[in-house]
Design a protein around this ligand. Sequence first.
Ligand SMILES: CC(=O)N[C@H]1[C@@H](OP(=O)(O)OP(=O)(O)OC[C@H]2O[C@@H](n3ccc(=O)[nH]c3=O)[C@H](O)[C@@H]2O)O[C@H](CO)[C@@H](O)[C@@H]1O
Ligand SMILES: C=C(OP(=O)(O)O)C(=O)O
Length: 427
Amino acid sequence: MDKLLIRGGRALAGEVLVSGAKNAALPELCAALLTAEPVTLHNVPQLQDVSTMLRLLRNMGVQAERSDDGTVRIDASSLTSPEAPYELVKTMRASVLALGPLLARFGEATVSLPGGCAIGSRPVDQHIKGLQAMGAEIVVEHGYIIAKLPAGRTRLKGARITTDMVTVTGTENLLMAATLAEGETVLENAAQEPEIGDLAEMLIAMGAQIEGHGTSRIRVQGVERLHGATHRVVADRIEAGTFLCAVAAAGGQALLRHGRADHLDAVIDKLREAGVQVEAVPEGIRIQSPGAAQLRAQGFRTTEYPGFPTDMQAQFMALNVVAQGTSTVTETIFENRFMHVNEMLRLGARIQTDGKVAVIEGLGGSGARLSGAAVMATDLRASASLVIAGLVADGETLVDRIYHLDRGYDRMEAKLRGLGADIERIA
Ligand SMILES: CC(=O)N[C@H]1[C@@H](OP(=O)(O)OP(=O)(O)OC[C@H]2O[C@@H](n3ccc(=O)[nH]c3=O)[C@H](O)[C@@H]2O)O[C@H](CO)[C@@H](O)[C@@H]1O
Ligand SMILES: C=C(OP(=O)(O)O)C(=O)O
């Protein structure tokens, strides 16, 4: 069942439950490696990436149980091998998040290099550089990062680390490693994404001493050991943002229950400028839209948080394609994140790209419409953008290779059907 069939043209209405964040759950599952005591995570989303991460942990000898209500219990009291093999890492780059915790608690780790992926080359040199500054001896051989503590040392040592660029998983790996290091670690140029704040809160609940998370300087006083804890994964701002763009484009109104508007300022500002009503309410986020043809397309540049997220670029572009006016979208984080463009062209979009810049001539008000066609998903957010385009296209759109979508969206088609979309999963 790896295709989605969408019959476009319906407005959306109703409620959606926003799931826990993929990009918080993945590092938090790895954080459970930092303690010998059991860790319980609630609100873990049902995603392929979460299944892969659980396989990775079990492969190391960790006990991990998942129940249908989104609870995961992890017991990493003993480990058979501190290793993340290529077979698992190649399907999910976030496996590299095992590196810092394994090294910090067990003094050794062998983690496959993630390699490039569809959206860009995505090296992990900053993770390695930071761990080396904390005293780790690291070689890269046969496609593996092989890290260990020098002879005679049992802990990493605190260090002041300034990464060359802002890196999300790099900050997370170094933050987790620093919690068990000897002395103080200062992470300069740290990423400020809400998922880092959520991870830091979980680590603090485990006994870590961390200050400054949510800013670009994080200070960690290392402790000898961490204990078990229970933590609830923060709501997925990218899933919420995707549904905001879907409702904005298709028209209608919805409540995104548990959605965190305060984590989506840059996206919500653009939606409001486009002419969509978006409101933070105690239950989540409310949206009302007259439909894309009545909206004004908005230009943006992707940047680190709190700027416009690269993980929302494709979905907002789908909206710009059907809104009124010409917009310019600049992707500054990943060098190859416009793969949805060629597929959108197959649906009748008017887009020109030049390097990291895309210029979109919106169809709104021109009398032209997207027309449904078979398209191919190429990566996670590209897939979501094609689903949004399909919701507003005339006729049937068939989105193939939706295993990309399943990596990071918790039952997306069921949630869209709950809003009245005509969408089904077919073989
Ligand atoms: C699991 C997870 O949380 N994934 C998110 C994380 O990915 P990820 O953590 O992989 O992305 P980074 O923040 O590390 O990447 C930012 C930029 O830095 C570069 N870089 C990064 C590390 C490094 O050692 N060397 C280097 O050159 C990358 O190639 C990229 O150009 O943040 C991205 C940027 O918000 C999001 O798109 C991903 O959804
Ligand atoms: C790029 C993404 O994820 P990952 O880092 O897991 O590839 C994403 O969530 O859009």
